[in-house]
Design a protein around this ligand. Sequence first.
Ligand code: PBG
Length: 333
Amino acid sequence: MDKRSLLHSGYLNETLRSWQSNCGELTPNNLMYPVFIIEDDNGIEPIKSMPGISRYGLNQLKKHLDLLIGKGLKSILVFGVVEGLPKDAIGSNADNPNNPVIKALPKLRNWYPNLTIACDVCLCPYTDHGHCGILNPDGTINNSASIKRIAEVALSYAQAGAQIVAPSDMMDGRIGAIKDLLIKNDLGNKTAVLSYAVKFSSSFYGPFRDAANSKPAFGDRRCYQLPTNSSGLAHRAAERDVREGADMLMVKPGLAYLDLVQSVKKGHPHHPMFIYQVSGEYSMIYHAASNGVFDLKIALSEILTSMRRAGADVIITYYTPVILDWLLVKSKY
Ligand code: PBG
């Protein structure tokens, strides 16, 4: 060790500090904004558990997105939320022509030709039991029926105009099933698959289940979402999804799992790595900032930088509108 290497001299001022950076800057290209679409085109419903975030009907969403696109928004992740359309055992309304996502996609594509649209693919917002797959009579997951149905739903979103389908269900084999069906329908090279590959069973999803009206009616999701204590399963899940043809990978939630972001990215350096900063992370930061624990901008900047440093190429965050404003004022993080 060189005793004369006085570290402080290496980052004396802003310019010297910038030379030490070994993670890319944050730009609008590194942000994806999750949006919830409801059936009533003129509706707007604030989500209580996520202050500042609302569900939008299509006309309201247009007003919201018009502003954000003016500020540099590049991509969104779309979730459908239904109240009028009934739920059933197989999530029939996930891809019904009246589904709010299916209806919105052609219009969004037409209004915003330069916006990249990803669709969350899952059954939980549309099943009466609230689970992410199809169940056997004894309440366990019927894996083969689930992935067949999930692939059908993904195909419908792709046909309606989604450039990315993002299965969040965590059923074994769903990436392969989706890829097969896309290829069979000539969409193999038109629709990318972003796999929620490394998705943990997490208390941080609480507010989302409110937002998407998708709480399980019984039991929990621990038998198909990853256990917090297992980095082995997390890596096997990522490897399996890559083998089945995933184009992009995600780790979710973010902050508590940055070790896996780093190691999964190292294992798959050629796959874009996404982090989903989930609903509970959003609300936790929001409440801490509004109670004076820290300044929102300084703390969020620190967290986002740590995510980039760990290896995230894209951060999916409900804070996207706020961050776009900051980036406009000063492109400095
Ligand atoms: C649905 C889904 C969930 C999230 C994204 N897709 C919830 C879950 O798996 O329970 C969570 C997103 C968030 O908390 O912001 N499968």
